[in-house]
Design a protein around this ligand. Structure first.
Ligand SMILES: *Cc1c(COP(=O)(O)O)cnc(C)c1O
Length: 395
C-alpha cells in the first residue's frame, strides 16, 4: 500500500493541517480509512454531506447523469439545472437563482449583484458591510469580506468596498452605514468564526435597518442552508427574509456547487453581467437536485432539529461532568463546545484516535456538523468516544 501521507508531504502544497487519516470510503455517517479503521464523521465533509456520505439517491442521480450528459454550457438550457432551480425557488422566499461551483464564488456573485444594485438604485453606492469573525471564502474579494485578520494580512492590498464591523452589534452596523453602502452581508449564525449565535432580535433589527436605508440584506447561508439549523434555510429559524442568499456546502449532497439567489426586486443582473463555464453544469446540478429534493420531501430539516436537540442535550450532560467545558452553543446540527483553555486541537486528535471526526474551529472550541440524518445510536456512540477522548486529554 502506498504511504499517501508521505506522498502528500512531498507533492502537495502544505496549506492544510490534516488529521493523519486517509479516507477511502464513506456511507451515511461513517467513513473508513485505508487501513480499514471506521470513524463516525461529525464533520460530514465540512457541513457538506447533509444526508450522509454516498446517499443512494445522490449516487443514482450522479451515475445516471454521468452516463447521459455531464457538461454542455450555459449557452443552452439543461434540465437538471432548471429542476434544481425550481426546488430552491419553490421552497424559499427568493425568486431567481444562479449556480456557481463553490461558496466563495456564490458570494462573489452576490456582491457583484449588490454593486450593480447600488449603481442602478443607490446613486452608485458600492460598499458592503460584513461582520468580524465572519467567513465568506478564500478568493481575493472574499478575504476582504471575511472579517478575520489571519485570512487577510498576508494578501494585502485587500479588495476595496468592504467594511468589517462587530457581529451582533446593531449600533456598530448603523455607524458603518453611509451613503456609499449598498448591502449588508451576514451569516445568520457564524460557523467558521466559532459557532456564534446572534442575540434574539439582532437579525430582525438588521432587516429593519436595511429596509429603512433601502440597502440589500445578503445572508451567506453556505453553511446554515439546506436544513443545517433545523429549518430548510437558516433565515426561517430567525424569521427574517434576506433580499439575497448564498448557498454551497450542503447544496450538492457532496458534489461541488454553489448558488446565489435573489428576490425579484434585487434581481438586477442582465445578460452578459455574469457567467461561469462549469456553474450550473448538468452533473453537479443532478446531484444537488437529488439531495435537495430528498431533504424537502423527507422533512430532513425538521428531523435535524430534533436530532440536534438530542445531541445538544447529551453534550450538556458532558458539560456537567467536565468542568473544563464552558458552554454548548449553536442550533440544529451546527454546535460548538467551548473549553476554558486552548485544548481543542488535542481533543480533536484524541477523538480521531477514538474513531470520531470533529473540527477544532477555534483553539478553545470544537465544532459538530454531522449529517442531518444522524441517528440516536450514532449520537450516543459519538458522545461516548468524545468522553473517552476527554478522559485522555484531561487526565
Ligand atoms: C465554507 C463557507 C464559505 C466558502 O465556501 P467555499 O465553497 O469553501 O468557497 C463561505 N461562507 C460560509 C458561511 C462558509 O461556511
Amino acid at each position: 500500500m502506498s504511504n499517501w501521507q508521505e506522498i502528500e508531504k512531498q507533492y502537495y502544497m502544505q496549506v492544510v493541517r490534516r488529521q493523519p487519516v486517509t479516507i477511502v470510503k464513506g456511507q451515511g455517517t461513517k467513513v473508513w480509512d485505508d487501513t480499514g479503521k471506521e470513524y463516525l464523521d461529525f464533520t460530514s465533509g465540512w457541513a457538506v454531506n447533509n444526508i450522509g456520505h454516498c446517499h443512494p439517491a445522490v449516487v443514482k442521480a450522479v451515475q445516471d447523469q454521468a452516463a447521459t450528459l455531464m457538461q454542455t454550457s450555459n449557452a443552452y438550457y439543461t434540465i437538471p439545472q432548471l429542476e434544481l432551480a425550481k426546488v430552491l425557488i419553490d421552497n424559499s422566499c427568493l425568486d431567481r437563482v444562479f449556480f456557481s461551483n463553490s461558496g466563495a464564488e456564490a458570494n462573489e456573485g452576490a456582491v457583484k449583484l449588490a454593486r450593480k444594485y447600488g449603481k442602478l438604485k443607490l446613486n452608485g453606492a458600492n460598499e458592503v458591510i460584513t461582520a468580524l469573525n465572519s467567513f465568506h471564502g478564500r478568493t481575493l474579494g472574499m478575504i476582504a469580506a471575511t472579517g478575520q485578520p489571519h485570512y487577510q494580512e498576508a494578501w494585502a492590498p485587500l479588495a476595496e468596498g468592504f467594511i468589517n464591523v462587530e457581529y451582533d452589534d446593531l449600533d456598530a452596523l448603523k455607524r458603518a452605514t453611509n451613503d456609499n453602502t449598498c448591502a449588508v452581508m451576514l451569516e445568520p449564525l457564524q460557523g467558521e468564526g466559532g459557532v456564534n449565535v446572534p442575540e434574539e432580535g439582532y437579525l430582525k433589527a438588521v432587516r429593519d435597518w436595511c429596509n429603512q436605508k433601502g440597502i440589500l440584506l445578503i445572508f451567506d447561508e453556505i453553511q446554515t442552508g439546506l436544513g443545517r439549523l433545523g429549518t430548510l434555510f437558516g433565515y426561517q429559524s430567525f424569521e427574517v427574509e434576506p433580499d439575497v442568499m448564498t448557498l454551497a456546502k450542503g447544496l450538492g449532497g457532496g458534489a461541488p456547487i454553489g448558488a446565489f439567489l435573489a428576490k425579484e426586486h434585487a434581481s438586477v443582473l442582465e445578460p452578459g453581467d455574469h457567467g461561469s463555464t462549469f456553474g450550473g453544469n448538468a452533473l453537479t446540478c443532478a446531484a444537488a437536485h437529488a439531495s435537495s429534493k430528498y431533504i424537502v420531501d423527507n422533512n430532513v430539516s425538521e428531523k435535524a432539529g430534533i436530532a440536534g436537540s438530542y445531541l445538544k442535550q447529551e453534550l450538556n450532560t458532558l458539560k456537567s461532568k467536565y468542568s473544563q467545558i464552558t458552554d454548548v452553543r449553536g442550533m440544529g446540527m451546527l454546535i460548538g463546545v467551548g473549553f476554558d483553555t486552548d485544548i481543542s486541537g488535542q481533543v480533536v486528535a484524541a477523538c480521531t484516535a477514538e474513531g470520531l471526526l470533529l473540527n477544532a474551529v477555534r483553539p478553545n472550541t470544537i465544532r459538530f456538523m454531522p449529517p442531518l440524518t444522524l441517528s440516536v445510536e450514532e449520537t450516543d456512540q459519538g458522545i461516548s468516544k468524545l468522553s473517552n477522548a476527554l478522559d485522555k486529554v484531561l487526565q
